[in-house]
Ligand binder design. Structure first.
Ligand code: GUN
Length: 281
């Protein structure tokens, strides 16, 4: 039976540390969150970020724009936040309403305030292994592995999902830590043969029940990043949790695993942005 990787407990410890470091600065760090449109999940995520900021002694200001306002005002708003010395970090909640191209919007954020690490400059720095921001979900997974002293070096890390948010950056970050990475996606052939080779299996697809116990090697570490809702309204990852838990050595619960860690890493990035320089690494 697997040990559950307690992301909530570790996130609480990290947030307490952020709070302590933030309190030592001459002024509290400040995060600007931009919420465009009325996506219900985004409203919940943004409220969670506001709560995290309050817990960490970080000032947060949420700019809410209706869809029609966003088309006109979003880029000028980002330009003014870029210029505002009282704003350390800027986060534009995704997805954006129809008609707004996320690529152009994310590129408009000043790289030194890009606490999501979505700007091409920061993505490039990460790809080169240079100091700088790291994207929150992959960074949270690495912090969780480290906290439980789970080694990465030389181990076969199989990632399901090649999103810009998780799969692609995580592949680079695990490679930088000397993991041997296989990045799988919707066109991968022989998926189960690959997942069965994984020492560390990362599920980041968004399809409940995708990963069954027969796809997991006895003793593997399973990191489940997905957040799916069952028809009954329950939150679940990609893995068939009870069956996979029985076979794995470590597993992230959903909820309470990767989710809280992502949020804690955002707080760390905001603190790093407030400190400036290369502190974000
Ligand atoms: N929407 C879902 N996840 C994220 C995230 O990590 N950052 C932003 N900006 N939007 C999201």
């Amino acid at each position: 039976m697997a040990v559950r990787l307690d992301g909530k407990a570790l996130a609480d410890r990290i947030k307490a540390q952020v709070r302590e470091e933030a309190a030592a600065l001459t002024r509290p760090p400040a995060l600007a969150v931009v919420l465009a449109g009325d996506d219900p999940a985004s409203q919940i995520y943004v409220r969670g970020k506001e709560r995290d900021c309050a817990e960490c002694g970080i000032q947060s200001r949420t700019h809410r724009l209706r869809c029609d306002e966003a088309r006109r005002d979003l880029l000028p708003l980002i330009a003014s936040l870029n210029q505002d010395p009282a704003v350390d970090g800027i986060l534009v909640q995704l997805p954006l309403p129809e008609g707004l191209e996320s690529r152009a919007v994310l590129q408009a954020i000043a790289p030194e305030k890009d606490v999501d690490c979505f700007h091409p400059l920061n993505v490039g720095r990460m790809a080169l292994g240079e100091p700088g921001f790291r994207p929150c979900t992959p960074a949270g997974l690495l912090a969780l592995l480290d906290a439980y002293a789970i080694p990465i070096r030389g181990r076969h890390c199989v990632i399901l999902g090649r999103s810009n948010l998780v799969g692609r950056p995580l592949a680079q970050m695990l490679t930088a830590r000397d993991g041997t990475v296989t990045l799988c996606h919707s066109r991968t052939e022989g998926l189960a043969d690959l997942t069965r080779q994984a020492d560390i299996l990362v599920c980041a697809v968004g399809q409940a029940g995708l990963v069954t116990a027969d796809m997991v090697r006895e003793g593997a570490v399973v990191l489940d990043v997905a957040m799916n809702r069952t028809p009954e309204g329950r939150l679940t990852g990609d893995a068939d949790f009870p069956a996979v838990e029985a076979k794995a050595s470590f597993i992230t619960p959903v909820p309470g695993g990767a989710g809280p860690m992502t949020r804690a890493m955002l707080m760390r990035n905001v603190l790093a942005a407030a400190k400036g320089g290369d502190a974000a690494c």
